[in-house]
Design a binder for this molecule. Structure first.
Ligand SMILES: N[C@@H](CCC(=O)N[C@@H](CS)C(=O)NCC(=O)O)C(=O)O
Length: 262
């Protein structure tokens, strides 16, 4: 039962899959993909993941991409403990959350992260390296958004809408947590694993007030961080200098960002 995970320490989609692997106690061979130097565009990696993104898993020879589909696969292939609610209505609610994430909030997070967290470090790269990595992004909208936020930061045209999409996800989660203890139902599940990285990301980017403004989400965030899987799958991979850089960059632009969070 060999399982290899191609991932990146702080990528949200990688955290999401690692949380499920850790919660289920699944061992894996770790293959780090450096997203800053462009490892996602390496032709050998692109043979596995034609979308030039992490994560990818290779399980017993099967190549699996797309973090939500990977997590559903893991829940099917390794059923214990189950990470989707037994109650069909609650399972549907969890599915709506992962759908919202995949269709809207995830790409929005890329915009927000690159506008604030990763921008300065990318501006320090030689222009031809930075431009080659941008040009290699296959999706034209992602490509243009990336270029725009690296150039203009939080003043880039796509920034405000992207932040709003993330906050819409927070609102949906807050609402669901009024009905069930976890987004996945009675216990920590796929929907919880999916949302945690995005809440963590805004926290790291010094947008903690957006979490505090939603009391059920704030309480849930604390409960997820107390789980053993959080330590194994997320905390262990967080490099303090990167977290500090994200937070400092976030604090620097908070005055411009705060009005957009209301
Ligand atoms: N829908 C994909 C999205 C994957 C994705 O966007 N991964 C990001 C990291 S979270 C990535 O590899 N980005 C590289 C880049 O944008 O250059 C999934 O859920 O797996």
């Amino acid at each position: 039962m060999a399982l290899a995970l191609y991932h990146n320490a702080i990528s949200t989609c990688s955290q999401k899959v690692r949380l499920v692997l850790a919660h289920k106690g699944i061992e894996f061979e770790s293959k780090d993909v450096d997203l800053i130097s462009g490892g996602q565009h390496d032709p050998e990696y692109v043979k596995l993941n034609p979308n030039h993104v992490v994560p990818t898993i290779v399980h017993d020879g099967a190549v699996l991409i797309e973090s939500t589909a990977i997590n559903e696969y893991l829940d099917d292939a390794f059923p214990e403990p189950p990470m989707r609610a037994a109650d069909p209505v609650v399972r549907h609610a969890g599915r709506l959350i992962t759908k919202l994430l995949d269709e809207k909030a995830h790409s929005a997070t890329g915009v927000v992260t690159f506008a604030i967290g990763a921008r300065k470090i990318l501006l320090q790269q030689p222009e031809e390296v930075r431009e080659a990595n941008i040009a290699a992004i296959p999706d034209p909208v992602y490509r243009e958004n990336r270029r725009s936020v690296i150039e203009h930061g939080v003043k880039a045209p796509p920034f405000a809408g992207a932040l709003r999409k993330m906050l819409d996800l927070f609102d949906v989660a807050e609402d669901q947590l009024g009905r069930t203890a976890w987004l996945g139902g009675e216990g920590f599940g796929i929907a919880d694993a999916a949302v945690l990285p995005y809440v963590l990301r805004l926290d790291h980017l010094a947008m903690t007030p957006t979490i505090e403004a939603r009391p059920k989400l704030a309480d849930w965030y604390g409960r997820v961080q107390a789980l053993p899987a959080y330590e194994t799958a997320v905390a262990k991979y967080l490099a303090p200098p990167i977290v500090e850089m994200f937070r400092a960059n976030g604090e620097e632009v908070w005055a411009d960002v705060e009005p957009l969070t209301r």
